[in-house]
Design a protein around this ligand. Sequence first.
Ligand SMILES: C[S@@+](CC[C@H](N)C(=O)[O-])C[C@H]1O[C@@H](n2cnc3c(N)ncnc32)[C@H](O)[C@@H]1O
Ligand SMILES: [Zn+2]
Length: 197
Amino acid sequence: MSEATDDPIELWINSLSEEEVLELEKRGSSRCCEVRKSSIHGSGVFASCDIEDGELLFEYIGQRIDKEDSDARAWSQIDRAKESGEASVLIFTLNDEVDIDGRIPWNLARYINHCCEPNAQAWIEDVDLPDGSEEERIYIYATKAIAKGSEIGFNYGFDLENWSDHPCLCGKPTCVGYIAGEEYWDELKEKIATNHS
Ligand SMILES: C[S@@+](CC[C@H](N)C(=O)[O-])C[C@H]1O[C@@H](n2cnc3c(N)ncnc32)[C@H](O)[C@@H]1O
Ligand SMILES: [Zn+2]
C-alpha cells in the first residue's frame, strides 16, 4: 500500500482522471525537446532537433492555485529544497489572482534553467475552452533559432529581493553572476560592485 501524502500537489495529481492526465501530458509535451543532465544545474531541457525562431516549445502546465495557497506552497517547497537539494520553487505567476504550481511529472518546462542569454521566453495567452469560457495559459516559445543539442534557457525575471541567494551558473559571456530580470541588471551590477545585499 502506498504511503498517504499531505503534499497538496500530490493530492491533486491523485485526484486527476485518466483523461485529464492524458490532456496534461499532451499539453506539456514537445515535438523537439528532451530533459537531460545540465552543466548549469541538475537537469535541463535540450533541443532534440533544430528549432526555428518563434516556434512553440511547450506549455508550462500545473495546478492553478490562488495566491494564499501559492505563498504557503512556496515556503514549504523552499524548506523541502533545503533538505533535499532539489530545485526550489516551481510556481509560476499567471496573473494577479492565479499562480501555476508546476510540480507535476508531465511539466517538461519545470526543467528549464535560467540563462542570461536566453533562447526562449514565456508568454501568457488567452485560450478558448470548449464550454465557451477563456483561460490564461503559459506557453514557452523559442526567441531565436536553436540548434539540435543546445540547452533551452529563459530569463526567470527575478527581482532583486534576496538576489545574492541566486548565483547564476549559465556560463554565458554576458552572465551577470546572479539570476535576475534584465531590467534589474544595472542596479544588480552596482550592488555586486559595492557588495550590498
Ligand atoms: C525550474 S528549476 C530548473 C530545473 C533544475 N535544473 C532541476 O534539475 O530541477 C529551477 C532551479 O534550477 C536551478 N537553476 C536554474 N537556472 C540556474 C542557473 N542559471 N544557475 C544556477 N542554478 C540554476 C536553481 O536551483 C533553481 O531553483
Ligand atoms: Zn548567467
